[in-house]
Design a binder for this molecule. Structure first.
Ligand SMILES: C[C@](O)(CO)[C@H](O)COP(=O)(O)OP(=O)(O)OC[C@H]1O[C@@H](n2ccc(N)nc2=O)[C@H](O)[C@@H]1O
Ligand SMILES: Nc1ncnc2c1ncn2[C@@H]1O[C@H](COP(=O)(O)OP(=O)(O)OP(=O)(O)O)[C@@H](O)[C@H]1O
Length: 301
C-alpha cells in the first residue's frame, strides 16, 4: 500500500512582551514573554519513505538546511528515538515564515514535524510528552505547538495560556538579511555590560490589554528587551520602524530577535495600507499582513 502523506500547518509568532533577565549557568537567559501566534505559516508534509530526506520551497528556502540539522528532521529523529520508531520519511516544507526573522520559523517546522510524526505513527502520547520533546529542540518549539496567546517563562518553554479577545491586525516588514538569535542575545549582554538599556518590566498591563481586545490599549505596552540589540546589529531597522509609524501603525516593534518588524494596526484595512506604504518606502525586502491569535500546529484535513 502506498503511504498517505500528512500535512501539518504551524504558525509564526510575535513576542508582544519580551523581558530578558540574567544569563543562567546553562547559557540561556531567563525570560518573561508574551507570545502571540500569527496567521503566517509553514506547511510541513510527511510521508514514510526508505530514507530521511528534506525538500524546502517558498519564503527564504535557499537559506534552510536540507541536512539532518534541519529542525524538522531533528524533531522526527528525536521522537523516533524516544518511542522506538523508524524515522525514515520524506519531509516537504513549504515556508511562509521568514527564515532567521525572529518569528520562530524553524520552531514552527519542528512543532509541525513532531505533531505529524506522532500522528503518522499513531503514538498515544499526551501534549505533556510532546511538549517535553519540543523543549529539547528549541525554546520556542512548545509555543509553536500550542499557539494562541501565552505567557512564557523559564527560557520561554514554560507556557501558561493567556486570555485574548478578538483579533489583532499586524503588518510585518521582512528584512533583506537575517539575524542570528544567539548573536542578538550576546549583543544584549554586551550592551548591558556597557550601560543600562531600559528593561521591559512586568507584562501584567499588557496581558490585561490583550484580554480587552483593544489594539489602542495594547499598542503603547508592546515591549522587547532584544530590540536595542537587534537595532545595534542592524541600525537600518530604525528607519523601518519610523516608516511604519509614519504610515499609520499604532505601534512598531522588532519581532523577537529580529530583524522582522511587526506593526500593530487598528484594523485589517489599516494593516494593508501600512503594508503598501512600507513597500513603497523601500525600507524592507517585502511586507506581509497577518492577524492573531491563531492556533498552534494543526493537522490539515
Ligand atoms: C528570541 C526568541 O525567539 C523569543 O521568543 C527565543 O528566545 C529564541 O528561541 P529559539 O530560537 O527557539 O532559541 P533556542 O534554539 O532555544 O536557542 C538559541 C540560542 O539563543 C539564546 N537564547 C535562547 C533562549 C533564551 N531564553 N535565552 C538565550 O540566551 C542562546 O544563545 C541559545 O543558544
Ligand atoms: N526548518 C527550518 N526552517 C528555517 N530555518 C532552519 C530550519 N531548520 C534549521 N534552521 C536554521 O535555523 C536558523 C534560524 O532560523 P529560524 O527561521 O528558525 O529563525 P528565527 O525565526 O529567527 O527563530 P526564533 O524566532 O525562534 O529565534 C536558520 O538560519 C537555519 O540555518
Amino acid at each position: 500500500m502506498v503511504p498517505t502523506p500528512l500535512t501539518v500547518r504551524a504558525p509564526a509568532k510575535v513576542n508582544l512582551h519580551l523581558g530578558v533577565g540574567d544569563v543562567r549557568p546553562d547559557g540561556f537567559h531567563e525570560l518573561v514573554t508574551v507570545f502571540q501566534a500569527l496567521s503566517l505559516h509553514d506547511d510541513v508534509t510527511l510521508v514514510p519513505s526508505d530514507a530521511l530526506s528534506l525538500h524546502v520551497t517558498g519564503e527564504g528556502a535557499r537559506d534552510v538546511p536540507t541536512d539532518p540539522t534541519n529542525l524538522a528532521a531533528r524533531a522526527v529523529v528525536a521522537l523516533a528515538e524516544r518511542y522506538g520508531r523508524d524515522p525514515n520519511m520524506r519531509i516537504d516544507i513549504a515556508k511562509g515564515i521568514p527564515v532567521a526573522g525572529g518569528m520562530a520559523g524553524g520552531s514552527a517546522d519542528a512543532a509541525a514535524a513532531l505533531l505529524g510524526a506522532a500522528t503518522l505513527w499513531g503514538l498515544e502520547i499526551g501534549r505533556d510528552e510532546l511538549d517535553e520533546v519540543a523543549a529539547t529542540l528549541g525554546s520556542d518549539v512548545p509555543f509553536s505547538l500550542h499557539g494562541h496567546t501565552a505567557l512564557g517563562t523559564g527560557r520561554g518553554e514554560r507556557l501558561i495560556p493567556a486570555l485574548a479577545r478578538g483579533e489583532f491586525h499586524w503588518t510585518l516588514a521582512l528584512a533583506r538579511e537575517g539575524l542570528s538569535t544567539p548573536a542578538v542575545y550576546r549583543e544584549l549582554d554586551r550592551l548591558r555590560e556597557a550601560g543600562d538599556p531600559p528593561r521591559a518590566g512586568s507584562p501584567d498591563a499588557l496581558l490585561a490589554a490583550v484580554a480587552s481586545g483593544d489594539p489602542h490599549r495594547l499598542a503603547p505596552l508592546l515591549a522587547n528587551d532584544l530590540q536595542a540589540a537587534a537595532l545595534s546589529l542592524q541600525p537600518g531597522l530604525r528607519r523601518t520602524l519610523r516608516a511604519g509609524m509614519e504610515a499609520g501603525a499604532l505601534a512598531g516593534i522588532v519581532s523577537g530577535s529580529g530583524p522582522t518588524c511587526a506593526f500593530l494596526c487598528a484594523s485589517a484595512d489599516d494593516a494593508v495600507d501600512v503594508g503598501t506604504e512600507l513597500a513603497g518606502a523601500g525600507v524592507c525586502r517585502t511586507v506581509r499582513v497577518a492577524s492573531g491569535p491563531v492556533p498552534g500546529a494543526t493537522v490539515v484535513p
